[in-house]
Design a protein around this ligand. Sequence first.
Ligand code: CP
Length: 346
Amino acid sequence: MRSQKPADVSSRHLLSWRDRTDKDWHQMVHRSVEEYEDRVHPPGIRGQSIGLVFFNPSLRTRTSMEAAAARLGMHPVVIVPGQGTWAFEWRDGVVMDGDRPEHIREAIGVLSRYFAVLGVRAFASGTDYLADRDEVHFRAMLQAATVPVISMESAFYHPCQALADAAALHTHFRGATKGRRFVLSWTYHPKALPMAVPNSALLMAARMGMHVTVARPDGFGLDVGVMACAREYAHGHGQRVEETTDLNAAAYGADVIYAKAWGAACRYEDPTREAALRARHQQWRITQALMDRTHDGVFMHCLPVRRNVVVDDAVMDGPQAIHLLQAEFRLHAQVAILAQALTDKR
Ligand code: CP
């Protein structure tokens, strides 16, 4: 009889790097850079299958995960719930007499029987802040899984993006990220986007020993728990995390401008007020004039990006933009993550 949940599996899930030690984090950054420099992969992975479950759309994550699996000799299978699958029920203890014939518990339990590892993308609900903050949906899937689950972006975190960004910065600055000035800049966007990427970028930069400034309008502060964790990481490196509403001042002398749009927390209880608040800040766009204030700083974005809304063409097409290096590192970081999930005994 096969064991339902091997003892070492839960610690191999990847929901957020907050669950991993500093040593693990920095090892994975180095492992991603080694992948970029063409590392030989450990045996025992070739021929295994990975299930990639996408509750939300993707270009980079989907293709780079498939490419990462292929690089390791694995077989990727993409599952798009609602397109050829049954509709999933998430609630516990309900009478399932509606239009959702399969519970997520069985769905993930079954997929765990077919695949050596699962990747899952499930964005924030946008309607229940505490449930999103506590990753209630994602944790329900982790509970049901008997193989490692890699988050391909959850409600609050995007660990694959964070590792790729860290390895890209490590490579760009030739390992010297400590003490660099990193500005996470809110930008205008016509939609109230989730906080997974800004949360992850903030924690990543602090953990890389950078001096972090979060520049955002009033009302767009990030989660207090995530900010506190970032401050703790930064403190460990003798650095600080600051907040400002003055992007021009923050950009002066910066080494990195990381642009990202996100919705105000008030969208959860009052989307109309949030939309009105956001609409007042359309001038929050990364321009070449802003980049000229930096210390020959780089421009970063996780993509997709709305040109001339979030960032001007001149920046995207100019020499300071490293968004394609970030995107390339998605592949290398995910090769490192999959190889670790399948080979390391933790
Ligand atoms: N950055 C990122 O996750 O891109 P996709 O949404 O296209 O996967």
